[in-house]
Ligand binder design. Structure first.
Ligand SMILES: Nc1ncnc2c1ncn2[C@@H]1O[C@H](COP(=O)(O)OP(=O)(O)OP(=O)(O)O)[C@@H](O)[C@H]1O
Ligand SMILES: [Mg+2]
Length: 288
């Protein structure tokens, strides 16, 4: 499997991934059964899987096939009903909620379809929030948040509230927030689900950059075949089981695709602010 690691040829930056190795994931026969009163809902039914450091995975499958359930377990937001989950060699399926929270805080960044930013809080403060939970000294927090915003090209929007940002920009703030504690694993559940196609490719460019240049292990869920092509490996789920596990041949490279897409009209999006470099403009009206 290590043959899939392409990021090993590039050294991690001083600001990301330098302090800890990237994640290795091993799932052994994972089951997740939700209990709704009398009814048992099997969401995952015997999933076994390995993910090496530096991989970029696209998780696909029909609605209800167990993708988000898998992500919640990978992200230590939830525990499997049965089976074992080893993260960097440690069996995390037996840990308490507090222990899982500590692992989440230091190792894992999470990005959601709906961005999940605090509305009355600036971009910088949104990004800073996880540093508080991670116990980062107060004098370092803003600096860390500024660096994370810079990584997603949004330094000039630090003081903006989410409502003053386009959908693509909000998602970039959410990615910066996921990066601020220097995780080794980035999980994104349909990160482009609320974005138009050009903005989606801009988000994939950021994720590919983090994976290629910083060796960050990335796992995304997507319904879109075209988006999955930016990953290195695709997993397809059906009825709570892993049905297909295939490498992506001729993967799409976002930085090459972007120049071929129609430019965003200045009046499409962000009406109140001058356009910055590579902003997430959008003509589809699909902003959250
Ligand atoms: N908290 C919960 N309680 C009960 N059942 C749940 C819960 N979360 C998910 N399920 C059920 O588990 C199954 C898998 O759900 P999951 O959210 O993982 O699917 P998904 O592949 O992410 O779907 P989608 O593409 O619609 O997001 C579904 O049948 C769902 O109804
Ligand atoms: Mg889901």
């Amino acid at each position: 499997m290590s043959s899939r690691i392409s990021a090993s040829s590039t050294s991690p930056s001083a600001t990301l991934g330098a302090s800890q190795p990237t994640a290795t994931i091993r799932l052994e026969n994972i089951y997740k059964i939700y209990s709704l009163g009398e009814v048992q809902v099997p969401a995952l039914r015997g999933v076994s899987l390995e993910i090496d450091p530096g991989e970029f995975i696209a998780v696909m499958g029909a609605s209800g096939s167990g993708k988000s359930t898998l992500m919640n377990i990978l992200g230590c937001l939830d525990r499997p009903t049965k089976g074992r989950y080893f993260l960097d060699g440690r069996d995390v399926s037996v840990l308490t909620k507090d222990e899982l929270a500590a692992i989440r805080s230091h190792k894992i960044g999470f990005v959601f379809q709906q961005f999940n930013l605090l509305p009355r809080t600036s971009a910088l403060e949104n990004v800073e929030l996880p540093t508080i939970y991670a116990g980062v000294p107060v004098q370092e927090r803003a600096k860390r948040a500024e660096e994370a915003l810079e990584r997603v090209g949004l330094s000039d929007r630090a003081g903006h509230f989410p409502s003053q940002l386009s959908g693509g920009q909000q998602q970039r703030v959410a990615i910066a927030r996921a990066l601020v504690n220097n995780p080794s694993l980035l999980l994104a559940d349909e990160p482009t689900g609320n974005l138009d196609s050009r903005t989606s490719v801009e988000i994939m460019e950021i994720l590919q950059g983090l994976n290629d240049q910083h060796g960050l292990t990335v796992v995304i869920v997507t319904h879109e075949f075209d988006i999955a092509q930016y990953a290195k490996r695709a997993l397809e789920f059906r009825d709570g089981k892993l049905r297909r596990d295939t490498p992506i041949q001729n993967r799409s490279i976002a930085s090459k695709v972007l120049p071929t897409l129609p430019a965003v009209r200045a009046d499409d999006d962000e009406p109140d602010f001058p356009a910055g470099p590579a902003t997430g403009g959008n003509g589809s009206g699909s902003l959250a």
